[in-house]
Design a protein. Structure first.
Length: 369
């Protein structure tokens, strides 16, 4: 990863003067800009300086992971905030651009009050979403890792299909997925798998329970792998028994919505129009009120990132964005159906990064005794 290039791009975007500095407090953003993988650090970026602030636990780790960065380590008897004040005072900066959505009220108050212990007066300027804007466009090396994460994610699903029994509970299925991910070299799940049997699938974010596969002829599985820090996110339906006609009817509606949304993905397309391509399909079929969430979202270092694909989302797709497409219909008391894939925006359209089949017949799975 070219972390120096990312910091250069951020500096260009901020257009800082000699008296201004940008404070990065979100740990995921710190990692994105530096490669630091510890649990406590802030990053300062000025017109001509880059300083990583952390604590004594990470001195050696920073020297290894961030050899090109100047760093400051707070002592055990002082807070990171106080050390920050001292660094800002020594640098002579008077304007702090900060991540307003990633700083606590108490830390904001301490900075706004001028670091009273050292009588430092500064002006605070919100820079909300600045790093997240950079993270929306994935570089080639990021896309390669995301593709590997998706490949692992798909393989564990294929293995699960071969292992599934009627006695498996939702919770056991979630554990099996994570176990296989780790055996294949992943660091774990990118989010707790959502496994929902029968009517519980009407809950878009159903957490795994002790419900068994045998309790219904179908189940929904939404799962994601974390590989080298990057997420994947897929959803599939499994059919394990005899269905009523409604299931296939609704499945085919959701599949058309899924396919229509993917076809609408290309550079310059607005986020809300991609959502509309799926939502119109479901609404025209008479189920619009049962599709209550946005169509999809970006993912990368986090499983939910910008951009959002929803009716209220603003902005346009650009090459390098990676998004989920996950339309669904959820009928209380009956169940829900969702199909989700991961898609890359390319210069001339789109590329589906996931490849598990989505046709209705592929949902059927034979349980082992």
């Amino acid at each position: 990863m070219d972390y120096a290039l990312r910091r250069f791009q951020l500096r260009q975007q901020l257009n800082l003067d000699l008296k201004s500095i940008f404070l990065v407090t979100n740990l995921t953003n710190v990692h994105y800009l530096t490669g630091f993988s510890g649990s406590a650090a802030w990053l300062l970026i000025s017109f001509d300086k880059e300083i990583l602030l952390s604590d004594p636990r990470y001195t050696t780790q920073i020297e290894t992971e961030c050899p090109d960065l100047e760093f400051v380590i707070r002592s055990p008897d002082e807070s990171l905030l106080r050390r920050l004040g001292q660094v800002i005072q020594s640098g002579g900066w008077r304007v702090i651009h900060f991540e307003s959505e990633h700083i606590s009220k108490s830390d904001y108050d301490a900075i706004e009050n001028g670091f009273s212990e050292i009588r430092l007066g500064v002006e605070l300027v919100s820079a909300q979403g600045t790093v997240e804007q950079l993270r929306m466009i994935k570089a080639d090396d990021e896309i390669a890792i995301i593709q590997k994460s998706i490949e692992i994610n798909q393989r564990v699903f294929d293995i699960l299909r071969l292992q599934l029994t009627s006695r498996h509970t939702e919770r056991q299925i979630a554990h099996l997925l994570e176990q296989q991910m780790r055996q294949m070299g992943a660091s774990g799940v990118s989010f707790e798998p959502l496994v929902a049997v029968g009517s519980r699938s009407a809950l878009p974010h159903a957490r795994p329970s002790e419900q068994q596969v045998a309790d219904s002829p179908f189940l929904l599985i939404d799962w994601g792998t974390s590989f080298q820090g990057y997420a994947s996110d897929l959803t599939r339906m499994l059919v394990t028994g005899k269905l009523d006609a409604k299931f296939e009817e609704i499945y085919e509606i959701v599949k058309r919505a899924h396919d229509n949304a993917i076809a609408a993905i290309y550079p310059g397309q607005s986020f809300n129009q991609v959502d509309a391509a799926a939502r119109k399909t479901i609404t025209d079929a008479g189920y619009g009120e049962f599709f209550g969430h946005g169509l999809g979202h970006g993912f990368g270092l986090e499983v939910h990132e910008q951009p959002r694909l929803s009716p209220i989302a603003k902005g346009q797709l650009e090459p390098g964005m990676v998004v989920t497409v996950e339309p669904g219909i959820y009928l209380p008391g009956w169940g829900g159906i969702r199909i989700e894939d991961d898609v890359l925006v390319t210069p001339d359209g789109h590329q589906a990064l996931s490849s598990l089949p989505t046709d209705f017949e592929s949902c059927y799975v034979s349980l082992i005794s």
